[in-house]
Design a protein around this ligand. Sequence first.
Ligand code: FES
Length: 259
Amino acid sequence: MYQSTSYLIAVETKKTLFKGMHISSNDPTFSFRTALYDNKEILLIGGMDHKTGNPSSYKDTYGKLEEVAKKYYPDSNVLFRWNTRDCISLDKIPYIGSFSSSMPNMFVGTGFKKWGMTLSNVAANIIVDKICDNHNRYEYLFKSTRLKPIKNHDEFKNMVIQSTNSLLLDKFKKTNMSFDEIKNNSGSIIEINNEKIGIYKDKNGKIYAVKPICTHLGCLLSWNDIDKTWDCPCHGSRFNFDGTNLYDPAFKNLSFYDL
Ligand code: FES
């Protein structure tokens, strides 16, 4: 599986909002729904997802959502912005059922592909039936121990290329950025004595230097300038700018350099 990051904004408007939840059919896809905040209906707009660890910018994420909000509700005002990550399997079907044949009493439900509210209910039904030894006619669709070759060749190829680059090739590529070019409140990978070092300079110019190698399986991390984190393109682990582990599958912090 890999992780995908998507973005949301909550906006207020004086216009009357629609009913229900809606998703656009074009690309990029946007989702629209309402929520109650301070006893007022507000609008939530989501979208602009990308593979976690692939660099993106404010303009291409929240900026686009704000454009959409202004297009339909010119008077709108952004109240909140946030982003979230979802697990996606290569064949796009969740894994639901037994964790493994050697652990029959342990169950898994994951890879919901951003449809967690629906698919977690599917998972709950299948797992309850497994515990109670009832037949569930959907179980075979989501079998978590499936070993069939991945049919989605393009997705599989992309995953292999990305993993090979992050694990190996990118580590030998020269970086163009120099230490002085990194602006305050921003980060990048630079090279010192042929070694790659992840630098973040905070708003006041204080320097945080980490080894930008994921503590899960060793992929090269990339700088996420929106959240000020180091993100892994392989399986989506994330680390704060100071190297603190935020998001698994990695669970160890990054090594820290005292410059
Ligand atoms: S190598 Fe697996 S999450 Fe980074």
